[in-house]
Design a binder for this molecule. Structure first.
Ligand code: SF4
Length: 68
């Protein structure tokens, strides 16, 4: 069973600052794209790391190490 895409709703909540991305609001495509590169989507990073556009798992671990 398929569900309708809620891209417009997702865009309103998206915290990614790369505004020219064609995947913005298409969370399934966003995750697939970054996963294929060994990365994570921008919304999982704290704002100060997200805006560096470093989506690596290393950057994610660095960002949260010591915070958990
Ligand atoms: S996290 Fe990556 S794929 Fe997702 S909207 Fe931002 S730039 Fe696009």
């Amino acid at each position: 069973m398929s569900r309708p895409c809620i891209q417009d709703k997702n865009i309103r909540k998206c915290t990614c600052t790369y505004h020219h991305c064609a995947r913005k609001g298409l969370c399934c495509e966003c995750i697939s794209y970054h996963r294929a590169s060994g990365e994570l989507p921008g919304c999982l990073f704290p704002p100060e790391v997200e805006r560096t556009y470093d989506r690596s798992i290393e950057a994610f671990v660095r960002a949260y190490s010591g915070k958990l």
